[in-house]
Design a protein around this ligand. Sequence first.
Ligand code: ADP
Ligand code: MG
Length: 340
Amino acid sequence: MGKINVLDKHVAELIAAGEVVERPASVIKELVENSIDAGAAIVTVEIKAGGVSYMRITDNGCGMAREDVPVAFLRHATSKVHKQDDLEQIGTLGFRGEALASVASVSHVEVLTCEPGAVEGTHYIISGGEEEYCGPAGCAAGTTMMIRDLFYNTPARMKFLKKDVTEANAVAAVMDKLALSHPEVSIRFIREGKEALHTPGDGSLKSAIYTVFGKEFTAGLIPVDYSYQGIRAHGFVSKPAAARPNRSMQHFFINGRYIKSRTAMVALEEAFKGTLMVGKLPACVLHLDIAAGAVDVNVHPAKLEVRFVNEKPIFDCVYYGVKTALQKGDTPNVMHFPQS
Ligand code: ADP
Ligand code: MG
């Protein structure tokens, strides 16, 4: 007999899950992205014990029909991509059809979901990848996902988890990014019984920034809105006087997705050249809107890295956008803070 064997389904599933689900924060990212893709206006996230023992995500989005729920938990099952060409034009945050399958294979998941206007909803339970219950439920329109005991069946992974407070901090950082990436969605985060974040969801990026980072940071911002070669850069950069000692407050988003982009970072810093004291770096919350076909989001399982078909226009748009904003400075009447 040869030495090579094909892994059984269960083991293959656990390996695949490891690529998507690293810790509670990665589960929250995937599930809130699903809520946003479902058109939710309000998303509430609750965690206990850093999310390891309990996470609940509730949205008022489109919900799922009963027959779709078990399918949603299969690997490579998605309503967002149908054919190869769709991969060139991804307009949603999700598209791999892997998150629910991955989460369900390493935890106990309970779902309540109802389509708006449907007579009744669905209650579904899946544990370690095995369906345990699927039946009717009376529930509000939208979807609630409850995840219990993450990694209960993968002790090796469990060992890599940090202290609850560290895991909760990682979830909080994800929540901040989600709130900044979608100011049109009201994002609420309840951490160990206390409300830690609640954005208004009024569509204003400034309101979202104010809620996430507070009054002082918001007061030190200059608006950016610049279109160049089919790309729009919009958001805020710090006034030179409000620059920071590191890059931790540089936040870039592309088509509503938080990303890391060296090109955008270099362009930002080049635009600030000559305005900053030594050792200081600019802060920003900058959104880039670009044709879906000009960016490949299909590079990294967690989709943190994206590849631009052409980096030069990205650089130019950020560079000129920020330069123009710095020259204009603050417009005199824009400092209007929402009530906190
Ligand atoms: P993907 O997001 O890549 O499609 P997922 O595994 O995250 O893959 O989700 C599978 C499918 O389940 C989605 O395509 C969507 O149709 C459905 N779904 C998941 N979460 C929700 C939700 N909160 N509301 C409505 N539908 C959902
Ligand atoms: Mg998804």
